[in-house]
Design a protein around this ligand. Sequence first.
Ligand SMILES: *[C@@H]1O[C@H](CO)[C@@H](O)[C@H](O)[C@H]1NC(C)=O
Ligand SMILES: *[C@@H]1O[C@H](CO)[C@@H](O)[C@H](O)[C@H]1NC(C)=O
Length: 413
Amino acid sequence: MFSASALISTLLLAFIVSANPIVVRDNLVHLPFAKQVNVTGIGHILKNDQSRAAALRAIGEARASGKQLQKDAVISVPAQNQAVTYVASVGVGSPATTYSLLIDTGSSNTWVGAGKSYVRTSTSTQTNDRVSVTYGSGSFSGTEFTDTVSLGNGLTISKQSIGVASTSEGFEGVDGILGIGPVDLTVDTLSPDTRSTIPTVTDNLFSQGTISANLIGISFEPTTQEVSNNGELTFGGTDSSKFTGSIAFSPITSTSPASEFWGINQSIRYGSSTTILSNTAGIVDTGTTLVLIASDAFTRYQTATGGVADRNTGLLRLTTAQFANLQSLFFTTNGNTFELTANAQAWPRSLNTAIGGNTNSVYLIVNDLGSNTGSGLDFINGFAFLERFYSVFDTANRRVGFATTPFTQATTN
Ligand SMILES: *[C@@H]1O[C@H](CO)[C@@H](O)[C@H](O)[C@H]1NC(C)=O
Ligand SMILES: *[C@@H]1O[C@H](CO)[C@@H](O)[C@H](O)[C@H]1NC(C)=O
């Protein structure tokens, strides 16, 4: 028989479990994904990342001021192919056609048709809206449909709104995007229905009861091959087999335009005492390859590391002797500090030639955002960061979480 206090603590435990969606392990949708490095896209990584940063800032500023984005004003450099991409297989229609979609936390429209054409089935319904989105690395426009979308584990979402591209630019090698950013980023992407948001895949999994929490957990792992299947996107909760310790959360920053994305406040220190970036707002983004920091912070990082700008790759280059002295970077957000080791600051050496570098140099993954501190978007924690820390994008509680993983301290590079 239960004693009253045992019963109360059992009830309390049950309450804690159900009140904290993070620990609910059932009803999760696991979507594996693969990393691809495009060997022919030499020298493009930095330019791609910087043009994406400029586009994200312009999109965020337009949204924050309630103005429509001047689409042509966004991109100052021509669209280029993505050099590094993370793609997941997503089914659309019934029977489903499978598309390779980029996973993007910096945009929120899901669309197909860049590569493989859309195949209409009995579940496909064309809406009255046109759709158009501009990214740092490309754009697409077409028609909005609703259709059945299937994700890993055979789970389906009915009546998911998806874009079907009639034209697209900058997305060679993939079929479209799985947009898992904040839903407000879909405002102004439809016409004539410009004021509506388009519920994301995560929103619909939650509202249709398939997942019990409106959040996503993402696991990337460092890779040393051009193609590898080591990523996992979990809808509805976190996968505790992918991280160590607990998840530390930071609220979405109130600083615009970072606040329009998965934005947080963060400071960065080099070694024991060199401040690289004082506490300021920036974003966490799976669509950015590198870790980008404001130009003044990048100058401090370059001085601290002794790196020289390498013309071929666009990255900072170190000699092996300099690399041996490289200190960790410490990222502090909401009182929690995450250590990006010297090894984690190095581009994978087996991929040096894939980005136009030479075999024996060390190239650094930290680079220049292209604007000074104080812009409201002063850093981007891209893949190079996310490959070392598990990340959680919690829509319901407007916060971003990080946890260490078995790869945080790994010396794979
Ligand atoms: C790789 O990039 C080149 C141009 O940079 C492009 O022509 C090619 O289609 C891309 N390949 C893949 C598989 O993305
Ligand atoms: C982030 O930094 C800004 C500017 O210092 C500050 O106003 C804000 O309270 C901080 N925290 C959050 C959650 O935005």
